[in-house]
Design a protein around this ligand. Structure first.
Ligand code: GDP
Ligand code: MG
Length: 163
């Protein structure tokens, strides 16, 4: 079967922007199960000769800090369940936030491969912003920019190495 990649992270880090860049126009139509509201988008991506399913977990974003944390937690749990490889997206401009640390803790327990995508590295002067994310305790940090589309090849290379 095709491997599944999930993009997880707190709201506003750029998950949907990267998801859309990766899938192009290959958005998958997923039927809602009765009584279950879909809170994530499925698409299909490829890198070189590798095809994979990819999930954007950011569907639900409810107002209020507690609600945001709750939905981020739920999304991380779903991703842990469904994914073979997890892309943990953070905002390189913002640095590590408490919500990032909480997601990191959950992903750490999951024992699945995790790649940190440090988004919003919009110019080379920002390249050093990614190093603090190594302290979250996962091996790989890849700097990317959803605005410019840079680094996405490196990210997909790191992801597909785990298939
Ligand atoms: P999500 O909530 O994690 O799905 O994040 P979105 O993809 O909706 O993006 C949140 C905001 O960040 C939007 O205003 C995007 O235009 C912006 N954004 C996404 N990628 C980048 C990037 O690489 N650089 C900058 N400066 N902004 C970005
Ligand atoms: Mg989103």
């Amino acid at each position: 079967a095709r491997p599944t990649v999930a993009i997880v992270g707190r709201p506003n880090v750029g998950k949907s922007t990267i998801f859309n860049r990766i899938i192009g126009d290959k958005l998958a139509i997923v039927e809602d199960k009765p009584g279950v509201t879909r809170d994530r988008l499925y698409g299909r991506g490829e890198w070189l000769d590798r095809e994979f399913n990819i999930i954007d977990t950011g569907g639900i974003e409810i107002e209020g800090e507690d609600q945001i944390m709750r939905s981020v937690r739920m999304q991380a749990e779903l991703a842990i369940e469904e994914a073979d490889v997890i892309v943990f997206m953070v905002d390189a401009k913002a640095g590590i936030t408490p919500a990032d640390s909480e997601v990191a803790e959950m992903l750490f327990r999951a024992q699945k491969p995790v790649i940190i995508a440090a988004n919003k590295v919009d110019n080379l002067g920002r390249a050093d912003d990614i190093y603090e994310f190594y302290s979250l305790g996962f091996g790989e940090v890849v700097g990317i920019s959803g605005s410019h589309g840079t680094g996405i090849g490196d990210l997909l290379e790191a992801v597909t190495n785990h298939f």
